[in-house]
Design a protein around this ligand. Structure first.
Ligand code: PAF
Length: 281
């Protein structure tokens, strides 16, 4: 595996593949990799000739009181894990390499679906994500990019942006990787105390119970209220419990596919999860 820290170096590393018209798969990450990320790389390996993974803790997607400074930076361990799963090129740029010294005058904003769910409690977050992903798409120029369904809203935003800005990139959503007890894998799980880690799977249990209730035609608002109560009783501070269509539109019909979304805090750790409830075949 090659590791490149500059755009120039990355271009040189990818030049032979581009000339040979090999397909390039891309996985964007902020590092501190777990099996969820590695499954994105495995999926990319299946579908593409060559896989590029970026590790970049993107400052502009963190709010002033968020965990940018403390975000775990584990480049050496990450690069071993990536080499083991067959990543071809690791792109690990510095902030200076990505944003330069000049004042940034361009922000990519996706409208309509960025001010709901996580966008409500993290203002500006998705502008930061859309801007860095646009830059990474332009730098890597992949044929296919792979994103986890754990960040369903992020995936929907990237799909909309890719379509609106005419990127010739296929976006593949990869199912959530869960621990045996159902907790969705996330770099932020590392912040949980042992006790909180025991409680955390309640999120997934609440989602699966809700899925069953909805499939038995229990009223949606009642199901959402029940999830909220379950989380509060387990000691979470709930940010939101919501349902939208897979494209993040309001649910209007009672037999359409919906996604249940949860964001809730255990202590100072904010966890998110979601579950697709299918009514169509
Ligand atoms: O999902 C993430 O880790 C980040 O939001 C991403 C897509 C790498 C952009 O910084």
């Amino acid at each position: 595996m090659k590791t490149e820290t500059t755009i120039q170096g990355l271009n040189a590393a990818l030049a032979p593949a581009r000339i040979a018209r090999k397909t390039i798969g891309f996985v964007a990450t902020m590092g501190n990799l777990h099996q969820g990320h590695l499954n994105l790389v495995r999926e990319a390996k299946k579908l593409c000739d060559l896989v590029v993974v970026s590790i970049f803790v993107n400052p502009i997607q963190f709010g002033p009181n968020e965990d940018f400074d403390n975000y775990p930076r584990t480049l050496e361990a990450d690069s071993h894990l990536l080499a083991d799963v067959g990543c071809d090129v690791l792109f690990a740029p510095t902030i200076q390499q990505m944003y330069g010294d000049h004042e940034r005058k361009t922000t990519v904003s996706v409208h309509g679906i960025t001010d709901i769910l996580c966008g409500q409690s993290r203002p500006g977050h998705f502008d930061g994500v859309a801007t860095v992903v646009t830059k990474l798409f332009n730098i890597v120029q992949p044929n296919t990019a792979f994103f986890g369904q754990k960040d369903w809203q992020q995936l929907a935003i990237i799909r909309a942006m890719t379509r609106d800005l005419n990127f010739s990139i296929d976006i593949v959503g990869v199912p959530i990787t869960r621990a045996e007890d159902g907790l969705a894998l996330s770099s932020r799980n590392a912040y949980l105390t042992a006790e909180q880690r025991q409680t955390a799977p309640v999120i997934y249990q609440a989602l699966t119970t809700a899925q069953q209730q909805l499939q038995q035609h229990t009223d949606l608002q009642q199901v959402l209220a029940q999830i909220d109560l379950t989380l509060v009783n387990a000691g979470f501070v709930v940010d939101y419990v919501k349902a939208y269509t897979p494209d993040l539109l309001p649910v209007t019909q009672f037999d359409q596919d919906i996604v249940l979304f949860i964001a809730a805090k255990l202590g100072s750790t904010r966890l998110i999860d979601n579950l697709l409830v299918k009514f169509s075949d």
